[in-house]
Design a protein around this ligand. Structure first.
Ligand SMILES: [Zn+2]
Length: 213
C-alpha cells in the first residue's frame, strides 16, 4: 500500500451519543504503543496511592525530551509540557497492580499499549470524572497543553494531549505522532485521536485542528 495514503489516521467520536462519526484508521482494533498518551492515567494511579496529592518535581534536562528541561513542575504543567522526568518519577512509586487496575477502570488493559478507540474513550471517561478526586488538575493540564503546551499548534481551546510512539509502519519512520483532543474545553462535544506517520505529536495536534469546527 502507498504509505502516503496512511500518513494520517483519525478516529472521531460524538461524546454525547458515544458514536464513532469518522473511522479513518486501518486496523483500529489493534493495540498500538501509546507513549505519552498514558500520562494522565499514570497520574490518576499515582494519586490513588498518595492521598490525591501530586508533587512538584524538578525536571532533569538530561533525562527529558526537551534539551533545556522543564524546570520545576507540578502536575498541571507536567501534563501540559509532557515532562518525562515527572511521570517517570511518579510511575516508580505506583505498584503494578494499581497501575493495571486504574487502566482497566478506564477501559484499557495495558497502560503502555491500547487500541486507539479504547484510548480515546478513556479520555472521554476521564473528563466525565472531573469531580472525582485528583482528576481536575489533570484536566487543567490538558487544557494548558492546548493553550501553550505540547498541543499548542491545535490553536483551539480544548483538552489535548500529544505523544510520540514507535512507528508501526513499513517503511519505518523514527516515530509516529499522536494527538488526542476533546473539544471544546468546557463541556466537550467531540473527541478525536489522530496519528501522523513520521512526525512529532505537536504536528499531529495541528493535523487534528483540521477536523474541528
Ligand atoms: Zn521535563
Amino acid at each position: 500500500m502507498n504509505p502516503l495514503l496512511l500518513a494520517v489516521a483519525l478516529l472521531k467520536l460524538d461524546i454525547d451519543s458515544g458514536t464513532v462519526t469518522t473511522r479513518q484508521w486501518p486496523d483500529a482494533g489493534e493495540s498500538v504503543a501509546i507513549g505519552s498518551l498514558a500520562k494522565p492515567f499514570i497520574a490518576i494511579a499515582y494519586a490513588e496511592g498518595h492521598a490525591y496529592r501530586y508533587p512538584r518535581l524538578k525536571c532533569n534536562p538530561k533525562a527529558c525530551w526537551l534539551p533545556r528541561g522543564h524546570g520545576e513542575v507540578g502536575i498541571e504543567e507536567a501534563i501540559a509540557q509532557s515532562c518525562n522526568v515527572y511521570f517517570n518519577a511518579l510511575r516508580k512509586q505506583i505498584p503494578l497492580d494499581l497501575l493495571q487496575s486504574t487502566a482497566r477502570r478506564y477501559g484499557f488493559d495495558d497502560v503502555d499499549r491500547s487500541p486507539p478507540e479504547a484510548l480515546l474513550r478513556a479520555y472521554v471517561e476521564l473528563q466525565r470524572r472531573a469531580a472525582e478526586p485528583g482528576v481536575a488538575p489533570i484536566l487543567t493540564g490538558l487544557r494548558r497543553a492546548a493553550s501553550h503546551g505540547t498541543a499548542r499548534l491545535l490553536a483551539h481551546d480544548a483538552l489535548a494531549k500529544t505523544g510520540t510512539a514507535p512507528c508501526s509502519h513499513t517503511p519505518k519512520s523514527p516515530g509516529d505522532g499522536f494527538a488526542i483532543v476533546l473539544h471544546p474545553a468546557v463541556a466537550p462535544k467531540t473527541a478525536l485521536i489522530v496519528r501522523l506517520h513520521g512526525r512529532p505529536g505537536s504536528h499531529a495536534a495541528r493535523e487534528a485542528a483540521k477536523s474541528l469546527p
